[in-house]
Design a protein around this ligand. Sequence first.
Ligand SMILES: Nc1ncnc2c1ncn2[C@@H]1O[C@H](COP(=O)(O)OP(=O)(O)OP(=O)(O)O)[C@@H](O)[C@H]1O
Ligand SMILES: [Mg+2]
Length: 243
Amino acid sequence: MSDIAAQRLVPIDVDGLCVTAHNRLLLAELNCRIGAEGITVLMGPNGAGKSLFLRCLHGLIPPQSGRIEFAGCQLDQSIIKRQSFIFQAPTVLRRTVYENLAFVARLRPEISADETDRLLTEMRLNHLTKQPARLLSGGEKQRLAMARALLTAPNLLLMDETTANLDPASVQIIEASLRTAAANGLKIIIVTHNIGQARRLAHDVLFLNAGQLTEHTPAELFFTNPRSAAASAYMRGELTTTG
Ligand SMILES: Nc1ncnc2c1ncn2[C@@H]1O[C@H](COP(=O)(O)OP(=O)(O)OP(=O)(O)O)[C@@H](O)[C@H]1O
Ligand SMILES: [Mg+2]
C-alpha cells in the first residue's frame, strides 16, 4: 500500500450510531458506508440531525452507542487531526489574513510558502493579505476558512453549510476548489440545503430525516428518483422541519 493510500480515512463505516439527549433519540441507529469516491452530500430538513452526524464524524459528540471506523480504525485523536471541519459560522484568528494561514503553515514544516500563496490566489484573497481577518466580510471569512482547511492537507474535509450565505461568485470559487480537491483524492463530506449545489457536487447523497437515515443513493439516482418518501417530499419542497 502506498503512503497516500495508507493515510486515507475511507471508507467510513458507521454502525448502529445512536445519539440521545434529554431522552430524545437524535440519531437513530445510523448505518452506512461512505466510500472513497468524490463528494458525499448530506441532506435533510432542519433538525434532521445532519450537523450532529457531521460532529460525530469529527469526534465532537460522543455517541451513546454504535461505532464509526475510518479505513477500519476506530475514531481517535490521530484520525481527528487528519480531518478539517469548516463550520457554517467561520472562525478566524485575530491576526491578518496572511498570518491566519502562516500560523497553520508554521505548525507543519512540510507546507511551503508557495502553497500558502497558491491558496490565497485560489480563494481570491491575495488583495486582502494584510487586512485583519476579523474585518473580512462573511464570504471572505468563509474563503479564508476554506484556504486554512486545505492548507492543513487533511485526509477528510467536513463542511457544514459552508456556502449558505455566500454570493454566487464566492460559491463558485469554493465549489471549484472542492472539485479540484476531490479530483486530487481528498474525501469531502458536505451538508447543504442548496439542491443546485448538491446536484453540481454530489457523487452520492445521504438523506436524513428526524434522526433516521432514509437513504444513501448515488447522485444520478437521487436527483431523478429518490427512493425514500421523505427525500421525495423534501425535493418537492413539501418536507420542512422534523418534529
Ligand atoms: N447538544 C444538543 N442537545 C440536545 N439537542 C440537540 C443538541 N444538538 C442538537 N440537538 C437537537 O438535535 C436535532 C438535530 O440537530 P442538528 O443540528 O443536527 O440539525 P440539522 O439537521 O443540522 O438542522 P439544520 O438544517 O437546521 O442545520 C435538533 O432537533 C436539535 O434541536
Ligand atoms: Mg445543521
